[in-house]
Design a binder for this molecule. Structure first.
Ligand code: FAD
Ligand code: NAP
Length: 524
């Protein structure tokens, strides 16, 4: 019997193991993959890199680690981020408590948690920490006929370790979210011809990625503490001074200058963080959205392609904006074709490629599905988690996830979720949110000393009402996004993350802890 079982060995699971072990607990981690790293183990597609600057998209819990690790680029690529996480696993001697290649398929509570793995093995622990990731379950391919396809196909979220050779190939990429937008320019460099099948255009900003100069690294390291604490005080977890003005209270010229500076900063918050009301007021948002569309028109030579690539269906920022390296410019290449599958949807995959409902056929050697994930709930409901009364989490969340603080759920004692639905999670720099959650959980376990904890139904109701109210005051619900569950057919439409921002959220979590874990029932 362990004190705690952690499921997942990504950024969350690794840090959770380190923290819980530091409390003297007996801990075991189960990880389905054959390596640590989570997202950065699975997403090896060409062009994969972070969209929060590496110096910020990294752990803050160890100043030694901060000082000894050198990021080579502003936005590190997947191999470097994976190398970092492997270094963390070694440096903190984590591997001896991690079992790789082991999927947890079920977990049942009766005083403690009894976990079943894919091989039928049963292991028990007092506490169960689900560090299973918000973006770890790729969506299955939705078009029929995939089995008949004679070419090679891959999902970006399950990319083969040996890589994929596109040389001279006719390649089709389905999907233009962050994964598509990062991979398309790189695939285009190699492919014989690239066809991009776009259903919805996305807002994307240039990353202005490049090597990190040694003096920049030194300056960051010299002031790391301040940088981290600034990040924690922001809405997004990305260090930046907060906006003070509404976009509508300044002149058109001033706004343009501000947006241009934001564009040149190469950051998710360069434009989105410029004014206080961009995510709450449609007219304010339109000013930023139109600025980005004007950039797309400048970058894309063909006006028809430029219009097709210009998002008009959702406000700017209500889907996670993308950071790209030459995305829009890629459509100026003669060997790249943009296909509108909103107008003429994909009907089926055929032996030779793709057919649309309008009857157009596209012959392809390789198909890349950059079609995203069953986000936030997918990895949790994939496990048959059964609480105190035998009811499953899947059933309990049929109409949408219900949590208290995104950390616990009524009916599921001693179960913790890291960056669960109802927390800022995917709206933030995830490392900031992960560390905050893991620290909160570790402090809670230290406080419990083996006692049982369960969110009360009343506290959960009140929290969900707050999450709904805060979400409804924003523009987020106006988008058919994966934040809303809209990308998975049949998934309930609920805005899942908490939009109150990481600073306010941390304060609320700390208050709950300071009041003896108010809203949780604690029993012997
Ligand atoms: P994950 O990294 O997803 O790890 C979860 C692990 O749990 C996985 O390894 C999975 O195999 C394992 N697992 C799941 N279910 C089970 C089970 N039943 N049994 C055993 N193991 C299981 N966020 C940012 O803030 N900035 C970024 O720049 C950024 N870039 C991203 C790029 C990509 C391509 C993707 C897909 C996501 C990105 N994200 C980014 C979000 C990213 O998921 C988080 O930043 C972070 O890596 C999540 O860490 P995690 O440990 O919580 O989850
Ligand atoms: P995504 O944002 O969900 O994008 C999926 C894309 O596939 C969308 O364009 C979607 O179109 C399209 N699509 C899905 N199903 C389709 C279908 N049946 N037919 C045609 N098109 C279909 O997924 P993602 O790009 O993998 O990104 C998910 C999240 O992971 C990001 O938002 C981000 O948080 C994170 N991420 C970050 C980075 C980074 O820059 N560091 C990189 C990758 C991922 P619709 O919009 O019409 O549904």
């Amino acid at each position: 019997m362990y004190d705690a079982i952690i499921v997942g060995a990504g950024l969350s699971g690794l840090y959770a193991l380190h923290r819980l072990r530091g409390l003297g607990l007996r801990v075991k981690v189960f990880e389905a993959a054959e390596g640590v790293g989570g997202t950065w183990h699975w997403n090896r597609y060409p062009g994969a890199r972070c969209d929060v600057e590496s110096v910020d998209y990294s752990y803050s819990f160890s100043s030694e680690l901060e000082q000894e690790w050198d990021w080579t680029e502003k936005y590190a690529g997947q191999p470097e981020i994976l190398a970092y996480l492997e270094h963390v696993a070694d440096r903190f001697d984590l591997r001896r408590d991690i079992r790789l290649g082991t999927r947890v398929v079920a977990a049942r509570f009766d005083g403690g948690w009894h976990v079943t793995t894919g091989t039928g093995e049963r292991v028990s622990a007092r506490y169960l920490v689900m560090a299973t990731g918000c973006l770890s379950v790729p969506k299955p391919v939705e078009a029929d006929g995939l089995a008949s396809f004679r070419g090679e196909w891959h999902h970006t979220g399950r990319w083969p370790h040996e890589g994929v050779d596109f040389t001279g190939r006719r390649v089709g990429v389905v999907g233009t979210g962050s994964s598509g937008i990062q991979s398309i320019p790189v695939i285009a460099e190699q492919a014989g011809h690239l066809m991009v099948f776009q259903r919805t255009p996305n807002f994307s900003l240039p990353a202005y990625n490049g090597p990190l100069a040694p003096e920049t690294r030194r300056a960051v390291k010299a002031a790391y503490g301040r940088r981290r604490s600034l990040a924690r005080q922001t809405h997004s977890g990305i260090p930046a001074e907060p906006a003070v003005h509404s976009a509508l209270e300044v002149s058109h010229e001033e706004r343009l200058a501000r947006y241009q500076a934001g564009w040149e900063r190469g950051s998710l918050v360069g434009i989105l963080g410029a004014y206080t009301d961009l995510l709450i007021d449609r007219a304010a948002n339109d000013t930023a959205a139109e600025f980005v569309r004007s950039k797309i028109r400048e970058l894309v030579e063909d006006p028809a392609d430029a219009e097709l690539l210009s998002p008009r269906d959702h406000p700017f920022g209500t889907k996670r904006p993308c950071l790209d390296s030459g995305y829009f410019e890629t459509f100026n290449r003669d060997d790249v074709t943009l296909v509108d599958v909103r107008e003429d949807p994909i009907a089926e995959i055929t032996a030779k490629g793709l057919r649309t409902t309008g009857g157009s056929e596209y012959e392809l050697d390789t198909l890349v599905f950059a079609t995203g994930f069953d986000a936030m709930t997918g990895a949790l409901t994939a496990v048959d988690i059964r609480g105190a009364d035998g009811r499953s989490l899947r059933e309990t969340w049929e109409a949408g996830p219900r949590t208290y603080l995104g950390l616990g759920a009524a009916g599921f004692p001693n179960l913790f979720t890291v960056t669960g639905p109802g927390s800022p999670s995917v709206l933030s720099n995830m490392v900031v949110s992960i560390e905050q959650h893991v620290d909160w959980i570790a402090d809670c376990l230290a406080f419990l000393e083996g006692r049982t904890i369960e969110a009360t139904a009343a506290a959960q109701e009140a929290w969900m009402a707050h999450v709904r109210e805060v979400g409804a005051a924003t523009l987020y619900p106006a988008a058919d996004s994966w934040y809303m569950g809209a990308n998975v057919p049949g998934k309930p439409r609920v805005f899942m993350p908490y939009a109150g921002g990481v600073a306010l959220y941390r304060q609320l979590c700390d208050e709950v802890a300071a009041k003896g874990y108010e809203g949780f029932a604690i029993t012997r």
